[in-house]
Design a protein. Structure first.
Length: 246
């Protein structure tokens, strides 16, 4: 079933009116006919099983048949603090972590980042990354579109995560799988959990020291060194499996 997102304000009683670029996609690309079913999410975690009523020149008129809370969202909110990698890697990371259930993605400018975004490039990159998040959310039937935040410094990212219930840092030099399993077992439904992933060059030693001073817990993902685009997917896959409800 085709899946689209709307703003909550577009939901009125038992009807939804879709405007904008999705109109052309539904009408002319998908060629959906009146009477066909469509899944609509309002971005707050509510899903609507709907039926297309008809078209006007600029709108798709939709009738709501059922309203439900999205069953695809995890009870735990995971925030990915991703050290800026090369552009194509960041796009892959966003796409796949959205599929895996991440709640929010925060690009972080770390000391060993190869990529440096200036203000001109930053805005266009964030817009592009947010569009990738939306596309992945539609494909994976998410109830929300995970937000891609503006790029933060490492210190800004740590401050942003100050009130989280737990923040972890997969780090290649950390040892102790038993300790890692114990830390991950403490993650419970309803928690806000931050995950810091280093860029291609890894974390700077000073960043690791600062992180530990700020209560961030280093963990290991095993004896193998993972690329930056692999590490986030690995830990989110583990956490998704642990936290998935029936």
């Amino acid at each position: 079933m085709h899946h689209f997102f709307v703003e909550p304000s577009m939901v009125n009683d038992n009807r939804i009116t879709i405007k904008g670029t999705d109109v052309n996609h539904i009408k002319n690309v998908l060629r959906m006919k009146p009477g066909e079913e469509i899944l609509i999410s309002d971005g707050t975690g509510k899903d609507y099983l709907c039926e297309i009523e008809g078209y006007t020149e600029e709108c798709v008129e939709i009738l709501i048949k059922e309203e439900n809370f999205a069953r695809t969202e995890l009870d735990t909110r995971f925030y990915l603090f991703q050290g800026l990698p090369k552009s194509e890697k960041m796009e892959l990371i966003i796409q796949k972590t959205v599929e895996l259930g991440v709640y929010e993605i925060i690009p972080v400018n770390m000391k060993r980042c190869i990529v440096k975004l200036d203000d001109k490039k930053k805005d266009s990159k964030i817009k592009r990354w947010q569009a990738i998040s939306e596309s992945a959310a539609k494909q994976s039937k998410r109830g929300i579109i995970p937000k891609v935040q503006d790029v933060m410094s490492f210190n800004e990212a740590m401050k942003y995560a100050e009130d989280f219930d737990m923040v972890i840092m997969p780090y290649e030099n950390h040892k102790g799988m038993k300790e890692t399993k114990e830390i991950l077992s403490e993650i419970k439904p309803g928690m806000k959990v931050g995950i810091f992933i280093g860029p291609e060059g890894g974390f700077d030693d000073g960043e690791v020291e600062k992180a530990i001073e700020n209560g961030i817990k280093p963990i290991t993902l095993g004896k193998r060194i993972l690329r930056t685009e692999t590490a986030g997917l690995a830990i989110l896959s583990i956490l998704m499996f642990m936290c998935e409800s029936d």
